[in-house]
Design a protein around this ligand. Structure first.
Ligand code: HPA
Ligand code: ZN
Length: 326
C-alpha cells in the first residue's frame, strides 16, 4: 500500500528499544547451545509459541530468562549488530537504545563483558551503515535504589558511551519516587533522563517521573489520557511520550489495536513518538509498529509523517543535527 511504502521510505529514529528485547529466538537458541545453557524449550518454534503474555510481568519473566544465554563479549556484539542491521533494513538512521546492566551483573556478567561488545557493534554500524546510536543505561525498578546507585557507579569507565539513564521492569508497586536520589546523581553527572511510566501504572507515576525524577521523556505514558491536568502539562512542556503499539497489545495494556489512544494523544497536542520496545517478543520492529497503526487506527499519511518527525524532535541529538532530519 501507499502507507507501507511511505513508512519504509522515511528516515526514522527509534527512541524506546530494549536491546535485550531484540534477542531473536534463533540467536537465543544458538547461544544456549554454545554455552550449554538449558532452555525450557524443545526447539526454536517452541520459543516463539511461548510468547503469549497476560501482562508486563509475564513477559518480564521470559525476557530475563532469555537474557541468560548472553555470556561473553561476542554474544553482546552479535545481539547489538543484529539489531543495527535491522535498523538499516528499515531505514532507522538514529537509535537511542536501552540496556539493563543489572540483568547481566546480577548473573556475574560484568560491564567489561557487555560494554565492549555493544561498543564494537555500534562503531561498526556508524562506519558501515551510517547509523547513529546513543545508549541509555536503564535501572531495574524491582531492585533497590542502592543497587541502582551501585550500577551507576560501576558504569564510570563507560560514561562517555552513555547518553542517558532510564527506569524499566515491573512498574506497579515500584513508583519513580523510589529512585529520586539516583536520578539526581545521574543528572548531576550530565546524563539525560527517561523513565517508563503510565504503561501499567497510574498517572500519578507519570507526575512523579516529571517532578521527582525530572525526566526529559516518558516511556509509554499511554495512561496520561486519564488525567486532564497531566495532559495539559505534557502539552505545554512538549514532554515526549515514547509509545509502543505492538507492546501495548501483546502485554494487554489494550485489548485491540483499534482501541489504541495514540491518535487522541497526538490530536490533543502531545509530542508522541512510535517505537518497538522489545521487537523479538512483541512481533515487530519499528516499521511493523507503524504498519499496525496504519491498518487498525485511522491514520493519514500526514499523521505518520508527524509521528516520524516527532521521533527526531524528541531525540537527544544536538539541535543542529535534528534540523537535518526535519
Ligand atoms: N516495560 C517495562 N520494563 C521493560 C519493558 C517494558 O515495556 N521492556 C523491557 N523491560
Ligand atoms: Zn520499554
Amino acid at each position: 500500500s501507499n502507507l507501507e511504502t511511505l513508512i519504509q521510505r522515511l528516515p526514522k529514529a527509534e527512541l524506546h528499544l530494549h536491546i535485550e528485547g531484540s534477542l531473536e529466538p534463533q540467536l537465543m537458541w544458538d547461544l544456549a547451545q554454545k554455552h550449554h545453557v538449558e532452555l525450557p524449550f524443545s526447539d526454536v518454534d517452541a520459543i516463539k509459541s511461548a510468547y503469549q503474555f497476560d501482562n508486563l510481568q509475564s513477559f518480564l519473566d521470559l525476557y530475563y530468562q532469555g537474557a541468560d544465554v548472553l555470556r561473553d563479549e561476542d554474544d553482546f556484539f552479535q545481539l547489538m549488530w543484529a539489531y543495527l542491521c535491522k535498523c538499516h533494513e528499515q531505514n532507522v538512521l538514529h537509535a537511542e537504545i536501552m540496556f539493563d546492566p543489572q540483568t547481566h551483573t546480577e548473573r556475574g556478567v560484568s560491564y567489561d563483558v557487555f560494554m565492549p561488545g555493544f561498543i564494537k557493534a555500534i562503531e561498526k554500524a556508524r562506519d558501515e551503515l551510517g547509523i547513529s546510536v546513543y545508549l541509555i543505561l536503564s535501572f531495574l525498578r524491582h531492585l533497590s535504589e542502592e543497587s541502582a546507585i551501585e550500577t551507576l557507579e560501576k558504569a564510570r569507565p563507560y560514561y562517555e558511551h552513555i547518553k542517558a539513564v532510564g527506569l524499566d521492569s515491573s512498574e506497579l508497586g515500584n513508583p519513580p519516587s523510589k529512585f529520586e536520589r539516583v536520578f539526581a546523581q545521574a543528572k548531576a553527572l550530565g546524563f539525560k533522563l527517561v523513565a517508563h511510566a503510565g504503561e501499567e501504572g497510574p498517572p500519578e507515576y507519570i507526575w512523579e517521573a516529571l517532578h521527582l525524577l525530572k525526566v526529559d521523556r516518558i516511556d509509554h505514558g499511554v495512561r496520561s489520557i486519564e488525567d486532564p491536568e497531566l495532559m495539559a502539562y505534557l502539552k505545554q512542556h512538549q514532554v515526549p511520550l515514547t509509545v509502543c503499539p505492538l507492546s501495548n497489545l501483546k502485554l494487554c495494556v489494550i485489548d485491540q489495536m483499534s482501541e489504541h489512544n495514540i491518535l487522541q494523544l497526538m490530536n490533543d497536542g502531545l509530542r508522541v513518538t512510535v517505537n518497538a520496545d522489545d521487537p523479538s517478543y512483541f512481533g515487530g520492529y519499528l516499521n511493523e509498529n507503524f504498519m499496525a497503526l496504519a491498518e487498525h487506527v485511522n491514520m493519514q499519511a500526514s499523521d505518520l509523517i508527524t509521528l516520524v518527525q516527532n521521533g527526531f524532535k524528541a531525540s537527544f541529538l544536538p539541535e543542529k543535527t535534528k534540523q537535518d532530519w526535519l
